[in-house]
Design a protein around this ligand. Structure first.
Ligand code: ADP
Ligand code: ASP
Ligand code: MG
Length: 429
């Protein structure tokens, strides 16, 4: 008997009808002779709606209370799903994150899983029941408080359960057929990828491909969990996310001699802003001073660019990108130390978009950047910042041209498919 972990995202359980449809799928898997553990997200856009509600009450909600509020979303869906399954004559029990043993650190809003003690889940399975676990939530042993794992965190719940219970596979059910070469809502000609390495998936997730939460991919990679991302609206094969070694072995088993594509995909991100520290004295130690201040705010800095200093003034500008949600915090911290650092002023730009091109083949192929820049040039899109890693090139453009940039780059690298990709549900929020 195989143990299968399934995760259903918000768009797959958006209303009562969808919950019944998902219940049927779960029962089918159980009937197939498998043990089934399900991680479920909040219905539809519930989490966003609860967040809006909190901000209607206060501009800066207390983190502990915000987590308490947000975890209510998954409590609703888990109980409804268990009820629906029971009404079909199968035993199902719902569990909150803490009941399921999802032990985290104390970081409200972005807690990390530090231990998983799924005793009650194991017991439920042993008694023949289907276990339904609320995604996205955990419990801290020191504070004894409820935590959330960050937006998209139900993916991590599923992966952590799969690892702890030694599941055969972790299936991530969503509103598209798998991982595509780009977000199908942005690039309609995006193609489904059959197999992707977790290394490439990590880069895509980090660059904004929200089909999988980056921490879930990291967790899966660390614990050797195989992910199968697929649609909850049909029975099509989705995308397998495999460790490089497993991907190589699977390829050999297939007898496939097809060359791996150089580029795995394109991702866009509109959630970042750019801060420019203007008029920084061009002497050793200034960058260290600035980024020490930024580091103290716990902000996640992404790209950094320093301009050449103007010879006449001996001053330079340093720009960096970071999540918009962290922008004000960092500006305040820098402003407070302006005298000490000696810069002239700060500029804040939240109208930027980031485009990333990802592919392990970049390691061994030259000319990828030239082709990327050429495609953007031909479309008349200006590049404001550039950064590269071993298997990724990212550029910053104006926010309103980043989607067009994704489409032209996708085409230029020959990634366009033959037909328009299907998005089955969801508001894209
Ligand atoms: P769920 O509610 O199931 O967790 P999400 O909204 O978090 O679903 O993730 C699915 C969405 O991710 C898709 O509807 C799609 O718009 C978006 N997406 C972004 N990049 C990609 C990609 N490369 N492949 C597939 N989907 C992507
Ligand atoms: N409901 C949470 C969110 O919207 C967690 C998840 O769906 O993965 O971020
Ligand atoms: Mg998600």
């Amino acid at each position: 008997m195989a143990l299968i972990v399934q995760k259903y995202g918000g768009s797959s359980v958006a209303d009562a009808e969808s919950i019944k449809r998902v219940a049927k799928r779960i029962v089918e898997t159980r009937k197939g002779g498998n043990e089934v553990v399900v991680a479920v997200s909040a219905m539809g856009d519930t989490t966003d709606e609860l967040l809006d509600l909190a901000h209607d009450v206060t501009p800066i909600p207390a983190p502990r209370e915000l987590d308490m509020l947000l975890t209510a979303g998954e409590r609703i869906s888990m109980a409804l799903l268990a009820m629906a399954i029971r009404s079909m004559g199968y035993d199902a029990r719902s569990f909150t994150g803490s009941q399921a043993g999802m032990i985290t650190d104390a970081q409200h809003g972005a807690a990390r899983i530090v231990d998983v003690t799924p005793g009650r889940i194991r017991d439920a399975l042993d008694e023949g029941a289907i276990a339904i676990v609320a995604g996205f939530q955990g419990f801290n042993r020191d504070t004894k408080d409820i935590t959330t794992l960050g937006r998209g965190g139900s993916d991590t719940t599923a992966v952590a359960l799969a690892a702890a219970l030694n599941a055969e596979i972790c299936e991530i059910y969503t509103d598209v057929d798998g991982v595509f070469t780009a977000d199908p809502r942005v690039v309609p000609m995006a193609r489904k990828i059959d197999r992707i390495t977790s290394e490439e998936m990590l880069e895509l997730a980090a660059a904004g491909a929200k089909v999988l939460y980056i921490r879930a991919v990291e967790y899966a990679r660390r614990h050797g969990v195989t992910l199968h991302v697929r649609s909850s609206f049909n029975n099509n094969e989705g995308t397998l996310v495999l460790h490089e070694n497993a991907a190589r072995a699977a390829k050999q088993e297939d007898g496939s001699t097809v060359e791996e594509p150089i580029i795995a995909g394109v991702a866009t991100d509109l959630s970042e802003a750019k801060i420019t520290v203007v008029g920084v004295p061009d002497v050793p130690g200034k960058a260290a001073q600035i980024f020490k201040i930024v580091a103290k705010t716990d902000a996640n800095v992404d790209m950094i660019v320093q301009n050449v200093s103007a010879a006449s003034t001996g001053l330079t500008d340093i720009s960096f990108t970071l999540p918009k949600s962290e922008g004000q915090r960092v500006l305040t911290a820098l402003k407070a130390e302006q005298g000490d650092v000696g810069f002239q002023n700060l500029q804040y730009d939240d109208q930027i978009g980031k485009l990333a091109l990802v592919g392990a083949g970049m390691r061994t192929n030259s000319g990828v950047s030239a082709k990327l820049f050429e495609a953007l040039y031909e479309a008349g899109i200006n590049i404001e910042m550039i950064s590269t890693s071993e298997i990724r090139i990212s550029v910053v453009t104006r926010a309103d041209s980043v989607n067009e940039a994704a489409r032209v780059v996708h085409r230029a690298f020959g990634l366009d498919g033959d037909a328009t990709a299907i998005v089955y549900a969801g508001t894209g929020r």
